[in-house]
Design a protein. Structure first.
Length: 271
């Protein structure tokens, strides 16, 4: 008997990190201790992008603590260290990548989501170097398939050759909702990853209700295997199929990020 084909991927939404002083006024309850911020935040959103790993490696016991403080169905995206990505020759990052993976990522267990590899704004597209880098990324971590997502920040990456390389190696490309960085909407993996950076301080939920409705529609379209017409693409679409979708409200008016993520999740739930 043939197994039923998955019809729809999981849509997750969240924020970058959980420690940000302005959130003490806009997000966290007044009587919440700092030690319980992750516990609280992980019950309001469905994913968090860990950014602290970009600046320094964490310890296995730290990852284990984060795993224990969050709900069973929660997922972390983990930003790779700058020592691996902010370099002229990415193909020479092998040792840095190995140290990062060995630092304790396996302790997150099933809560380990995509690994985010953010490239330097000055890094120009070099097909040979990018492919060498992609070959260094682990296919599995502690026996589980590893998901990788690249975030180029130079306009030279807006090329079909880059999209085809990412697709060849099964790595997603960040869709960045920003005027400052490339916004590449091509699907290159079995998941989609968006970082939304246009939150406004004057809007209580960061993004307007109309904008959040639009993003909820986009996320549903991707999760069901189609590709939204309004998304810019460089190549022909990927083969249809259910995809997981990650949406992070990550910048702009950062104090509004939690409200934006929560409002977005409410839109998805039809509220």
């Amino acid at each position: 008997m043939t197994a039923k084909r998955k019809k729809e991927g999981r849509i997750r939404a969240g924020i970058g990190g959980w420690t940000y002083e302005p959130w003490r006024k806009t997000f966290y309850p007044a009587d919440l201790t700092h030690a319980r911020e992750l516990e609280y935040a992980s019950r309001q959103v469905t994913a968090i992008e860990i950014n602290g790993t970009f600046y320094r490696l964490q310890k296995p016991e730290t990852f284990a603590k984060w795993r224990e403080q969050t709900p069973d169905d929660f997922v972390f995206s983990v930003k790779a260290p700058r020592y691996a990505t902010m370099r002229k020759v990415l193909g020479e990052a092998g040792e840095a990548i190995e140290r990062f993976v060995a630092s304790g990522l396996a302790e997150l267990g099933p809560k380990l989501g995509p690994l985010l590899w953010q490239l330097a704004p000055t890094k120009r597209f070099d097909a040979e170097d990018i492919e060498a880098f992609l070959k260094l990324l682990p296919k599995k971590i502690a026996g589980r398939p590893a998901r990788h997502v690249l975030e180029p920040r130079h306009e030279s990456f807006e090329t079909a050759e880059f999209v085809k390389l990412a697709r060849k190696h099964g790595a997603a490309i960040v869709y960045t909702d920003s005027e400052d960085y490339p916004s590449i909407g091509d699907v290159t993996a079995d998941f989609v990853y968006a970082r939304l950076m246009r939150a406004q301080s004057s809007v209580k939920t960061g993004y307007s209700g109309i904008a959040l409705d639009a993003w909820a529609k986009i996320a549903r379209t991707f999760s069901r295997g189609s590709e939204p017409a309004e998304f810019p693409r460089i190549t022909d679409g990927r083969k249809p199929g259910a995809r997981d979708v990650f949406v992070f409200f990550i910048n702009g008016a950062k104090e509004r990020a939690p409200a934006a993520a929560c409002a977005f999740l409410e839109k998805l739930n039809g509220r």
